[in-house]
Design a protein around this ligand. Sequence first.
Ligand code: SF4
Ligand code: SF4
Length: 167
Amino acid sequence: MSDLSNICLPCGICCDGTLIGFVELENEELPRLKKIMDIEDERDHGFFLQPCKKYCNGCTIYSERPKQCGKFECGLLKSVEEKELEFDSALDIVNNAKQLRISIEKKLEVLDFELKSTSFYFKMVELKKVFSKKELDDTLTQNHLKLKKELIELDILLSDKFGVTLY
Ligand code: SF4
Ligand code: SF4
């Protein structure tokens, strides 16, 4: 039987770079957070890139996590909390998203895309731009098309179920 208390425990896709590319930080929390995590500074506005280095099967700085992290609730979590969605159905959706990510990453390992990004989220942003170029359509192999299909599937899943448009 699944843990009925919190869908975030088996999920974590807002911390591992699947759902979100970066987390913005509030100015007043920067001094405190700089002591416990790596922060990118840009004109006084702090942020950090995902995947979060503090994520390891859960947030390892939970009680000290940034405000933005504490406030974030995706659509899936809200649906479970409001009892519109059963926990196990939500878990199936989470696992589907994770499987799609794994499958996309495996395809990327063997396909000849030169992507600048290291994070999964920003790789998806780059890929979406690549696939949107109509002039490339005739050059795409079957494997490219399978990758494109999964990318679209993940995009729709994240948008429909988690309420976050990826890219
Ligand atoms: S259910 Fe939503 S808020 Fe919770 S970990 Fe997953 S993506 Fe994040
Ligand atoms: S600080 Fe914690 S809650 Fe925030 S992104 Fe990192 S692991 Fe997730």
